[in-house]
Design a binder for this molecule. Structure first.
Ligand code: TYC
Length: 102
């Protein structure tokens, strides 16, 4: 794992290697029922995509089965997945969002 800093204890001279956090891709999965405009809205609201970027990613998911919304640390990825799944469920869309180690 790549080291981002070495921490040295002033009294014992004990060195600790601090490593970068693992990163995770958040993926949207295609289905036959979720409206395209809803997926575009999700990408704008939770992943800060421009309208053009959001449409591009949505079409990639629609045509290829999945697409990357962003790359985050584990906790942020899980939070965003929860937000997406909650809004999809509230609107009774079967949209699926998942994560994959980057
Ligand atoms: N396939 C959906 C439709 O034709 C659109 C869609 C795109 C659904 C992306 C989910 O993650 C998704 N309405």
């Amino acid at each position: 794992v790549p080291v981002c800093a070495v921490q040295e204890d002033a009294l014992t001279n004990q060195k600790t290697e601090l490593t970068y956090p693992s990163m995770y891709k958040v993926l949207l999965l295609n289905d036959d029922y979720t409206p395209m405009d809803f997926v575009i809205f999700i990408l704008e609201r939770y992943f800060a995509k421009s309208p053009d970027e959001a449409r591009h990613i949505m079409l990639e998911v629609h045509n290829r089965g999945s697409g990357v919304c962003g790359i985050f640390t584990y906790e942020i990825a899980e939070t965003k997945i929860g937000q997406v799944m909650d809004l999809a469920q509230q609107n009774q869309h079967p949209l699926q969002c998942t994560l994959e180690k980057a």
